[in-house]
Design a protein around this ligand. Structure first.
Ligand code: ADP
Ligand code: NA
Length: 332
């Protein structure tokens, strides 16, 4: 098994990013056995497809890497790197650009959504983004790629590109990567509005718990989180029309690695006056150590860049032979 996954570098990561993405990566790393690899990269090349501030791109990349390390990614086990430092990604993407068809890219719903009505004004990179994504995984002959709903179509495209490349050039170079559907990845909602996603772009800081928040801020935000006056029922299904309650229980379950129903068993018949302090204690216990490690890494960025360059060297060792094979196949 070889798992490859990327994430765009952003700063100010929050609890939704942690429970929905970062914690899943740590679990994947931990699940790898001997001879298996997990590769995690910061997709800084993908970030260039929309307007960026060069100063922010670099600091976001470091901040994101620091957050991953603080959350438990171990650079001696997982291969952690940023895409721009392994130039094979760009080179293979160009070669695969000869294989991908414009008709395939035209059908990508992400492209249609992100370009919106102004297609003429969208960058070429935004359009060919899925080809670079295909290169990101095929370069490592990934067997599994974790995908959310919004990325399923891009993985299908990577499989189509791999199939056509192998056929056109009469090689068996690229195995078809399978999706790794992580049933455990919860969707965390805003603490102020149970129908909106917790997001860094929400103008209300109280809507989210930032991974850099102090213990006291975590406690205060959870205290003020929107809930309701009803008691908790004995099953998670009983919260169907109580989105804020459902969200707080989901957070508790994800932080403590138990099922939402198990949380309900623990708190059935109690109200939020009892539940919220328990959730606050749990959140401080789980997030506090991550914040402390993150703070130290942000003060010593050399340790982060060192981990990234070590990761880039390990990634290059796997990527270079695949690129050479692809070049040979097409006659370069
Ligand atoms: P944001 O929505 O704050 O801009 P990103 O789009 O940068 O976050 O997401 C980075 C990663 O974190 C993605 O894998 C995304 O699915 C995950 N993620 C973001 N917000 C949440 C959330 N509220 N709940 C679960 N996962 C989330
Ligand atoms: Na998002």
């Amino acid at each position: 098994m070889r798992v490859v996954s990327g994430i765009q570098p952003t700063g100010n990561l929050h609890l939704g990013n942690y429970l929905g993405a970062i914690k899943q990566w740590v679990a994947m790393q931990d699940a790898m056995g001997p001879g298996e690899d997990s590769l995690f990269f910061l997709a800084d090349l993908h970030a260039l497809t929309v307007a960026i501030d060069p100063k922010e791109l670099n600091s976001n990349t470091i901040e994101m890497a620091a957050t991953l390390l603080a959350a438990g990614i171990d650079p001696d086990r997982a291969i952690l790197f940023n895409q721009a430092r392994v130039r094979e990604h760009s080179e293979l993407a160009w070669i695969l650009g000869g294989t991908a068809r414009t008709g395939w890219l035209n059908r990508m719903t992400q492209w249609k959504d992100k370009a919106g009505k102004n297609r003429e004004g969208a960058s070429v990179g935004l359009y060919t983004y899925p080809v670079l994504q295909a290169a990101d995984v095929l370069l490592y002959k990934a067997t599994h790629v974790p995908v959310g709903d919004d990325q399923k179509q891009h993985l299908e495209l990577a499989r189509d590109i791999a199939t056509k490349f192998n056929q056109d050039f009469g090689v068996e170079l690229f195995p078809l990567p399978d999706p790794l559907i992580s049933a455990a990845a919860p969707r965390i909602m805003s603490l102020r509005d149970g129908s909106a996603k917790m997001s860094k772009s929400d103008p209300s800081d109280g809507s989210r718990i930032n991974l850099i928040d102090s213990d006291d801020t975590i406690v205060q935000k959870l205290k003020k989180a929107k809930s309701d006056g009803d008691l908790l029922p004995d099953s998670f299904g009983g919260l169907a029309d109580r989105p804020e309650a459902k969200n707080l229980v989901t957070i508790y379950a994800a932080l403590s690695d138990i099922s939402p129903d198990a949380v309900m068993t623990e708190f059935a018949g109690k109200g939020f006056g009892a539940f919220k302090p328990a959730l606050a204690d749990l959140a401080v216990a789980k997030l506090g150590p991550i914040r402390d490690r993150l703070t130290r890494l942000l003060e010593d960025r050399g340790a982060v860049t060192e981990a990234l360059s070590k990761g880039a060297a390990r990634a290059t060792a796997l990527a270079a032979p695949t690129l050479a094979e692809a070049q040979r196949a097409v006659g370069l």
